[in-house]
Design a protein around this ligand. Sequence first.
Ligand code: NAG
Ligand code: NAG
Ligand code: NAG
Ligand code: NAG
Length: 171
Amino acid sequence: MEMPRLSLMLACSVLMVVMMMMMPTEVSAKRWTVGGNKGWTASVNYTIWAQNITFYKDDWLFFVYDRNQQNVLQVNKTDYESCNENNPIHSWTTGAGRDVVPLNVTKHYYFISGHGFCYGGMKLAVHVLNQPPAPKAAPVKSDSSPSAYSGSQLRYAMAFVAVWTFMSQLF
Ligand SMILES: *[C@@H]1O[C@H](CO)[C@@H](O)[C@H](O)[C@H]1NC(C)=O
Ligand SMILES: *[C@@H]1O[C@H](CO)[C@@H](O)[C@H](O)[C@H]1NC(C)=O
Ligand SMILES: *[C@@H]1O[C@H](CO)[C@@H](O)[C@H](O)[C@H]1NC(C)=O
Ligand SMILES: *[C@@H]1O[C@H](CO)[C@@H](O)[C@H](O)[C@H]1NC(C)=O
């Protein structure tokens, strides 16, 4: 009784692992720390910072800054260009100096810091694109990715646990 049960469960696990490996990996959303190590500050040119990055829908921006000095305002293009902080579309400032912005719409986003810092260069324009339809094999995941597992990997893991439990009941 012990041997067939063990080998069946082993076969079952191998099958599930193989299925998980064959699954197309979904492109995971990335969280971009604005300005990299320097964060959201007056000494970074954010046009240069952003030009190397392709932002996709459902990525996140993470603004890290001195909460006593700067803030994060989303403005329209005109106000981005003129550094007008008086009529923001949205203030993402929560007060902690650590603000997360979901890029959940495919469009151009414009951010500035208030308190005059926009004039010093604290302005960021981000063009958000749709996720590419066919992800390449084994996409590189950034450490800063909010979740290490895609939704379908989680579903397979849950199915694995369910099948495992079911098999254990059988014998
Ligand atoms: C942009 O990418 C190029 C080539 O990979 C690299 O040399 C350069 O340092 C990058 N610039 C920034 C601001 O990350
Ligand atoms: C942006 O908002 C300003 C008011 O702050 C307005 O005058 C301007 O027309 C708007 N620009 C666009 C492109 O919507
Ligand atoms: C995008 O995220 C914001 C903030 O969480 C939310 O208010 C808004 O409804 C979202 N828009 C879409 C299209 O999901
Ligand atoms: C940032 O760099 C770009 C490209 O070199 C330049 O056009 C722009 O004026 C710079 N912005 C600031 C605020 O220095």
